[in-house]
Design a protein around this ligand. Structure first.
Ligand SMILES: C[S@@+](CC[C@H](N)C(=O)[O-])C[C@H]1O[C@@H](n2cnc3c(N)ncnc32)[C@H](O)[C@@H]1O
Length: 244
């Protein structure tokens, strides 16, 4: 049994529920995908033979956003869940040059598909499931998997650096959900419920933004920054240095 098999994500119905509810509960989900697209257009799109790696890909939504912008890219999608990879495969059928790897991000094989260098490594809402040490290790691995000048971008939840701020960020999250709930066709689950589920779920191991930004710099990344933030929802990343 791998680390991944011990998490809720190993149960197909858990993943199914996430997919159904993500647009309601993930704050500014659409906006964050748009920023991912802008980042791609700005830094990656004009490179020749672009290779993308999507870690904890779920149903492939991130890669799909990029393929809508640029169908010439090739992509490798990694997830620990066979069901999620099946969903990704069905979502992306019709696009060429897509590989699927079933593995936990802590135990990615070092052969074949994953030995190539990637120009853009992306992830969304998966890395907060790793412990602090595992995050650090992953950032080192990501750095080694990038081509020179390649970028890493992570959309994820982070830990507030102080309890008072955590209280405020949870309010922001609740207010966001309340707004969504006002739209037609939304279920009547209490916003407190998702927030409680998030807090109670021991699979969630968020670290502070400071810690993760520091760990990226330690791994060697440059241009490290938080590119977007709304309460606990963030986009951060960096660039591997160019070798001359
Ligand atoms: C919240 S979903 C996000 C999916 C997708 N990135 C998105 O934004 O819609 C988290 C995904 O990460 C995967 N995952 C969680 N922990 C993982 C791990 N340690 N290794 C590989 N995949 C993992 C889950 O199976 C799930 O598909």
């Amino acid at each position: 049994m791998t680390e991944f098999d011990r998490t809720n994500w190993a149960r197909a119905e858990f993943g199914q529920r996430f997919i159904e509810e993500a647009d309601i509960y993930v704050v500014e989900r659409r906006r964050m995908l748009e920023i991912l697209g802008s980042f791609y257009r700005h830094f990656i799109k004009d490179k020749p033979g672009k290779k993308i790696l999507d870690l904890g890909c779920g149903d492939g939504i991130l890669t799909h956003e990029l393929l809508k912008i640029d169908s010439s890219l090739s992509a490798t999608l990694v997830d620990g869940s066979a069901e999620m990879l099946e969903r990704a495969e069905s979502r992306l059928k019709g696009f060429k040059g897509i590989n699927y790897v079933r593995a936990s991000v802590q135990e990615m094989p070092r052969d074949d598909i994953l030995r190539q260098k990637f120009d853009f490594i992306i992830s969304s809402l998966a890395i907060h499931h790793l412990s602090s040490g595992e995050k650090k290790e992953l950032f080192g691995r990501v750095y080694s998997m990038l081509s020179d000048g390649g970028y890493f971008l992570n959309i994820d939840v982070v830990l507030a650096p102080a309890p008072a701020l955590d209280g405020f960020y949870m309010r922001l999250w609740r207010e966001w959900i309340d707004e969504r709930k006002a739209s037609p066709g939304i279920t009547d689950e209490e916003p407190g419920d998702i927030i409680r589920r998030y807090k109670d779920n021991t699979d969630n191991k968020p670290d502070t933004l400071d810690y993760q930004v520091g760990a990226l710099k330690e791994a060697g990344f440059q241009d490290v920054d938080c590119y977007y933030k709304y309460g606990i929802f963030t986009i951060y990343g960096g660039r591997k240095s160019l070798r001359f």
